[in-house]
Each structure stands twice: as structure tokens, then as C-alpha cells.
Design a protein around this ligand. Structure first.
Ligand SMILES: [Fe+2]
Ligand SMILES: [Fe+2]
Length: 136
């Protein structure tokens, strides 16, 4: 089955730990999408909630620690963006659990947009800072 999303090079930062974790989020969205196409809605919902919960806690924590370690000047703003995404997902999560399809669709679409805008654009800013600092 074709994937919804391919984790193309344009999404990669060149920082291995982050690329691995970002790749997991893309895999998660693809797996959820495939479960839905197979008609396994219950399974898709449970899997999505469980995996995205882990992601917003573990990846955001790891990434923020990395940004602090390199002295990234945009750290506070970056943390706020993470906190907003986490908050909006935490609000949708109980609704997804009770089979609220509108909430599930919203969370899927938010995650899709997140990959494009946050991983594809915002995270790239700290990668640029990191590589410039290394070559300075
Ligand atoms: Fe990230
Ligand atoms: Fe980030």
C-alpha cells in the first residue's frame, strides 16, 4: 500500500537523533492512514493516540534539551510552539478515545501540517544554527 507521506530528504536536518525521531512520526502517520484504509478505525485511533502521546513528550523533551545544549537563541519560542501543539493534541485526545471522528480528523490533519511546517521549516532553523556554529 502506498504511503501517505514519504520522509524525503527535504525533511531531514542532518542531525541523526532528530531525523530518527521525526522519521518515527512520519511512520506513525503512514501506519494510521493505512489502518484507516483497511477499515480498522478502533485500532487506528488507539495507535495514533498512544504513539503521538509518546512523541510529544519524548521528542519535544529531547529536542529542547539539545537546543539548550547548543545555546540556540530561539529556544524559548521553540518551546512555546511545542507546548501549543502538545496542548491542542491533549485536548483532542480524550475525544478521539470516545470515537469522535471530527476530533480524530482534526488531530490527523494537525499532525500532517506539523510535519510540513514544523519539521520541514521551524526545526530547520535550529539545524542551520547548529551547523553554522560548528563551522565557525
Ligand atoms: Fe522536532
Ligand atoms: Fe521542534
Amino acid at each position: 500500500m502506498a504511503n501517505l507521506f514519504n520522509f524525503d530528504d527535504e525533511f531531514k536536518l542532518g542531525i541523526e537523533a532528530a531525523d530518527i525521531e521525526h522519521g518515527r512520526l512520519v511512520d506513525m502517520l503512514n501506519t494510521t492512514h493505512n489502518l484507516l484504509r483497511e477499515g480498522k478505525r478502533e485500532e487506528a485511533r488507539a495507535y495514533f493516540n498512544k504513539t503521538l502521546s509518546l512523541y510529544v513528550h519524548e521528542h519535544f523533551t529531547n529536542e529542547e534539551a539539545f537546543l539548550a545544549s547548543i545555546g540556540f537563541p530561539g529556544l524559548e519560542d521553540h518551546k512555546k510552539i511545542h507546548a501549543n501543539f502538545r496542548k491542542s493534541f491533549e485536548e483532542l485526545k480524550p475525544r478521539i478515545e470516545t470515537a469522535d471522528d471530527a476530533a480524530f480528523r482534526q488531530a490527523l490533519s494537525d499532525t500532517f501540517v506539523w510535519i510540513i511546517n514544523h519539521i520541514g521549516k521551524t526545526d530547520k532553523k535550529y539545524a542551520k544554527f547548529y551547523f553554522e556554529k560548528q563551522s565557525a
